[in-house]
Ligand binder design. Structure first.
Ligand code: 9MR
Length: 360
């Protein structure tokens, strides 16, 4: 039995006080979800539906069956990043990303590469290079990785998360210090374009909907980089949604992103029900409603983009239990941030999303 499974009836009877308290307070209850009918998302959407994937999940028949049914694009959750590929300075490791690429090829799913240059990656290896060797190693990494997957990926997150956490300006990183604040990004896009001229090259960022200041800085950054000639081919909004944000904020952001005329990728959708450090007296049902409101707003705003700008709609995992938000010490096994429950069943949210994608 899994440690996060709901309390059994026997345990509850043995602890009447706890049982009474749980019954009185639905915010702690793990209600048995009623079965929900929803058509496979990929069958109703006129654009690709994506999920994050880890190579190990390809060995889980339940994950594979759900992925085959629901999605037609995959993004490696971490095994196409420097932390995996660049484990040592003199040897690149490709077995897991190769396996994911082969699985995509075999099943006909598109592969979205994630991520070439990210502030949180590569610092240790790159700190070993002097001013002459740093730019060469930067170019070589991109050439080798993007070159290897040329014709296998449809797109890349070339630069991930360049905006400062609070949204004011650009993030300081080992890349910006060595190659300039805009310089490292322009260079990354140019080098990726050389290595894989057909791939759609994305600038990808998070909290754009949650933090309008960050959204505005992202838009200004895109404008500046395009003016400088960076071959940006698409804009990625991760959409790790804060379900508390005011209605309308997501719509505004997506419309503004669309203003560039480039494809837009909802690249890492999830919507946590947790509210860290804040007393929250609302019931789980109320929070699920709020989650549904924000996710559906995102889907409707995405559908309002011109068809050629709807690149893909990707969730950051399939089942709730697959989510990065359900790992680690602070996990209580209760969060429901994704589109399928722990058993791989669709939820009311999934059915509502299918309705929006089908244009109903
Ligand atoms: O979900 C990913 C987790 O498994 C990795 O350990 C982590 C570091 O590689 O990255 C997580 O994914 C992040 C994504 O790459 C970029 N946006 C934020 C995602 C969640 O942290």
């Amino acid at each position: 039995m899994r440690s996060d499974a709901p309390l059994s009836r026997r345990t509850l009877l043995a602890a009447p006080f706890v049982a009474g308290a749980l019954a009185a307070c639905d915010r702690f209850a793990t209600a048995e979800p009623a079965p929900v009918a929803a058509p496979p998302l990929k069958s109703v959407a006129a654009f690709p539906i994506g999920s994050a994937v880890m190579a190990g999940q390809l060995d889980d028949p339940a994950w594979v069956a759900l992925a085959r049914r629901e999605v037609n694009q995959l993004t490696p959750e971490w095994e196409m990043k420097m932390e995996y590929i660049l484990q040592s300075p003199d040897r690149l490791t490709f077995d897991a990303p190769d396996r994911i690429a082969e699985a995509c090829h075999a099943s006909g799913a598109r592969l979205h590469g994630h991520a070439l240059i990210w502030y949180s990656q590569g610092e240790q290896v790159f700190s070993g290079f002097d001013r002459t060797h740093f730019p060469r190693a930067f170019d070589r990494y991109i050439a080798e990785v993007a070159g290897r997957y040329r014709g296998k990926v449809v797109s890349w997150d070339v630069v991930n998360e360049p905006i400062a956490e609070d949204g004011n300006g650009l993030r300081d990183s080992h890349w910006s210090r060595a190659l300039g604040a805009d310089g490292y990004m322009i260079r990354a896009f140019e080098q990726t374009k050389l290595a894989d001229p057909e791939a759609v090259l994305f600038l990808n960022e998070y909290n754009l909907e949650n933090n309008p200041t960050k959204g505005a800085t992202f838009l200004r950054t895109v404008e500046r980089l395009l003016k400088a000639g960076a071959p940006i081919g698409g804009l990625g909004t991760q959409s790790h949604l804060d379900i508390e944000i005011p209605a309308g904020q997501i719509t505004t952001l997506i419309r503004e992103l669309g203003g560039f005329g480039l494809p837009v990728h909802v690249s890492e959708l999830d919507a946590s029900l947790r509210r860290e450090g804040v007393g929250d007296l609302r019931s789980r049902t109320q929070r699920l409603e709020q989650q549904r409101g924000r996710v559906i707003e995102l889907a409707e705003a995405f559908m309002a983009l011109p068809e050629h700008q709807r690149f893909a709609f990707t969730a950051w995992g399939l089942r709730d239990s697959d989510s990065w938000l359900r790992r680690g010490d602070r996990d209580d096994g209760q969060d429901q941030p994704l589109l399928f429950d722990d058993a791989g069943q669709p939820k009311p949210l999934t059915a509502a999303l299918a309705g929006v994608f089908a244009g109903r």
